[in-house]
Design a protein around this ligand. Structure first.
Ligand SMILES: NC(=O)C1=CN([C@@H]2O[C@H](COP(=O)(O)OP(=O)(O)OC[C@H]3O[C@@H](n4cnc5c(N)ncnc54)[C@H](OP(=O)(O)O)[C@@H]3O)[C@@H](O)[C@H]2O)C=CC1
Ligand SMILES: O=C([O-])CC(=O)C(=O)O
Length: 264
């Protein structure tokens, strides 16, 4: 199988390491223009760094976005319109209803599909099944150490560097608001929303917690099926404290699943 990666940050580099020596060939890596020279300088001809999906070469089976919302916005429609399949981690970008519609139309016209990773969370299967009955309420609580919120709107509410003691809530609202305001931190909220009762009805709470070293994600769901609580404590990736390693692992799991005849 031949893939093209979008982005070469923490998650993408985990993916690259995991795929080394596997059956999956990374035919190209799409990076922003200003990264071409330094990346080529560091890696020589080991990777084919390009800036546009159209330059990734022939015969790509799957484009894999590991770069974030801006990258999905920049490359998503073009990839889908050209008839390719696209796997993305940038689930929160789909809270923009116009982008979602554009991507959907491009996939329909091109004949490719857009696939979402499960990312840093689990239990999406239970939500997806639970919504076949009525889901009365879904709540997502995201908790990270203070440094995990650096560069987010939490900085306007909290002094992240000086935080001690109890966890502090810096956001309460809908999954749509969370996903759009926290593009690097609330993709999980978007995944929960899409699997369950949607962006506007999913309630979200985000906290900075100086007492933890992992990213803790919780779901509380209530419906005709009964109820469940799900909680996961994710180890962050060494290259990015914001991003849980499970999110990067889920990219590999999705790539493997793409190639398998039995989908699970
Ligand atoms: N679904 C999920 O559960 C999760 C999703 N995410 C999403 O994954 C994204 C990536 O995470 P992570 O690898 O840790 O982040 P990093 O910041 O470590 O890496 C992202 C890389 O992508 C590059 N990039 C940005 N825009 C583009 C573009 N238009 N085209 C190509 N490359 C681009 C960045 O460059 P530069 O630094 O120059 O901007 C950076 O090198 C996050 O921003 C977040 O949106 C993260 C965690 C969980
Ligand atoms: O990786 C995580 O723990 C979650 C995250 O950043 C996101 O949802 O965008």
């Amino acid at each position: 199988m031949k893939i093209a990666l979008i982005g070469f940050g923490a998650m993408a580099q985990y993916v690259v390491d995991q795929l080394a020596g596997s059956q999956t060939d990374i035919a190209a890596v799409i990076v922003p223009e200003n990264q071409i020279v330094p990346r080529r300088g560091e890696f020589g001809t080991q990777f084919n760094f390009v800036t546009e999906a159209a330059d990734a070469g022939e015969g790509i089976d799957l484009f894999v976005d590991c770069a974030g919302h801006g990258a999905l916005l920049q490359h998503g429609v073009k990839i889908l319109r050209a008839g390719h399949d696209l796997l993305t981690v940038s689930i929160g970008a789909l809270a923009d209803a116009a982008l979602l519609q554009e991507l959907d139309r491009a996939a329909e016209e091109g004949g490719g599909s857009i696939r979402l990773v499960s990312g840093a969370i689990g239990a999406l299967d239970a939500l997806r099944a639970g919504r076949i009955g009525t889901l009365q309420a879904v709540r997502y609580i995201g908790r990270k150490p203070p440094q995990g919120w650096v560069g987010s709107p939490a900085e306007a509410v909290l002094d992240l560097g000086a935080l001690t003691g109890a966890a502090q809530v810096h956001f309460r609202g809908s999954a749509r608001e969370a996903a759009l305001q926290y593009p690097k931190n609330a993709n999980v909220a978007a995944a929960v929303a899409l699997a369950g009762i949607g962006f506007d009805d999913t309630q979200v709470e985000l906290l900075a917690d100086p007492g933890i070293s992992r990213n803790i994600h919780e779901i509380e769901a209530e419906g005709d099926f009964g109820s469940f609580r799900f909680s996961i404590e994710g180890n962050p990736l060494p290259l990015n404290p914001r991003t849980s390693s499970l999110a990067a692992m889920s990219v590999i799991a999705s790539i493997n699943q793409y190639a398998e005849r039995m989908k699970f």
